[in-house]
Ligand binder design. Sequence first.
Ligand code: MRU
Length: 355
Amino acid sequence: MLVNNQPYRTVWLEGSTVRLIDQRLLPHRFEIVGMPRHEETARAIREMIVRGAPAIGAAGAFGLVQVVLEAPDGPGRDAYIDAGEALLRATRPTAQNLFYALDRVRRAFDGLPAAQQADAARAEAEALADDDVRQNEAIGRHGAALLRDGDTLLTHCNAGWLATVDWGTALAPVYVARRAGRRIHVLADETRPRCQGANLTAWELLQEGVTVDVLADNAAGLLMRRGEVNIVITGADRIAANGDAANKIGTYEKALLAREHGIPFYIAAPSTTFDLNCPDGDAIPIEERGADEVHYAWGWTDEGKMARVRIAAPGAGARNPAFDVTPAALITGIITEHGIIPPTRDAIARTIAKP
Ligand code: MRU
């Protein structure tokens, strides 16, 4: 997608350095950062310099290439690779794409002579990133059929191109519809505590010329009741075999509201987000993050300095689950690269191949 009219991907590998858009600085500063070793790439995922399930997956894949490039020849090589992979695997627990990516790259070089491993890992990681772009573009084409000229779409968190290698999942249909000349207006939930909707979704839509209003997280009910929302599309971090879908905390509430008001609620996700080993949503691990994200807010002052301010009463505790699970029964359909499928065990088993 475009930044100042230049096309960018969110994450890529240059030599042995993983390059990333630093998403913590947006929308105030657009900066590309380099992670020269796998420990730095793992930190970038953990600290959410890169975030969004498919983008985390691609960063993890490139991180594992770094592990192989760094690994010593001879004794100790296998142990180094195992430890590096384990470090990447422990960064974010909910995004299924991370585990898919690490398994896929590992399978590509495991068992090869040491001298061939790095090339095999690199080729697979590059292919994974290219696949992500193609899959999301296909999601865009399928999802765009749901959007009419003049529609207002509500989304939660950021499932745009910044959350993937390119195109996005929930926002890909908006980009495809827009390029076909349809005007789609987006309502972006601000998405406390990290405000990916206010910071990232609004920024990337504006870069592409799509109009957007940021909503306080609790405004959706009123607007839905007034008939101001035509459709809801969100992304997913992991989808269980029965169609239950984990996504950013607050998604479940939006699905309940959409059901109450007769508004279609879609999840958009590539096949790499499905976890057929999770029988249902209760089996999906939910990341719990630190209390500071709830106690404080972050932003930029009018003088251009990043600042953190305390918003919670001193002495209060905090709960900070980062994701919730929307039951399949509340989901109208899942927009995948293979088409829009019902959120049922049968349809998922038919459409999504087990790795
Ligand atoms: O905690 P984050 O910012 O990584 O969470 C991101 C989301 O919940 C996205 O909606 C999800 O990963 C889908 S991204 C295409």
